[in-house]
Design a binder for this molecule. Sequence first.
Ligand code: NAP
Length: 259
Amino acid sequence: MDLGIRGRKAIVCAASKGLGKGCAVALAEAGVALTLCARGRDALEATAAEIRAATGVPVTAVPCDVTTEEGRRALLAACPEPDILVNNAGGPPPGDFKDFELDDWRRAVEANMLTPIALVRATVYGMMDRGFGRIVNITSASVKAPIPNLELSNGARAGLTGAMATIARKAVRRNVTINAILPGPFETDRLRSTLAVAAAREGRSLEEVAAERAAANPAGRFGTPAEFGALCAFLCSVHAGYITGQNLLIDGGAYPGTL
Ligand code: NAP
């Protein structure tokens, strides 16, 4: 399927690895010029070079912390009029409710709620003026059903989800959509680090815990960043202009509800 977005410009946040990289690769395969960020310069530049070589699209790497104002300024300076914005950042640390001080909550809200809100606010009105825009927020399956021991993620991402619900329905009139993708377990460094915490807590090996969790998923495995990226690219396509304000779960069927 031709996604109809060849020549468009996208900002993909937190994209040197994992799900952000999966989105960047899929958009590049659809012919979209990319501006990518991550904090670590070497991994980011390696990813940018890999995508350029594989697809031939222009890729600008902006090493920065997207959760800071300075980082967001640098990103927007590199791509002032994006047609597509994929919001993403590292997830908050796991832990129990009693372990978290207010400053832990402030950091989680800053990274996983206020940062995407700031980038949406900075880009959505330009997209509306130009008559095309696609915004995808990478959140978590925790928005649909809270994940034990990921209290900070459960809270901050639910806040973002509520904050997007009205603007998504205003922007669509100008062909700008805002949706979220809610990942279940995907094969990334983030998953490996959360599984390592669980393994340590249970006194078991990471391999054992990972194999057990993968087998417990209805699909019998974890998802891949390429599968995640393909959904993101479709939501950014010309074909998805009637999908907005949605929170799309991609979890191999792990969520047990009928709806
Ligand atoms: P990952 O494999 O650890 O990759 C994270 C990427 O984000 C890296 O490129 C990292 O590069 C970049 N990054 C992290 N913090 C950043 C910051 N402050 N500014 C700029 N870039 C930053 O993680 P992932 O699995 O793709 O997860 C992406 C998001 O989805 C996270 O919020 C995670 O909590 C959420 N999620 C993941 C899963 C899963 O199973 N994988 C499930 C549910 C939710 P640098 O470290 O160099 O900055």
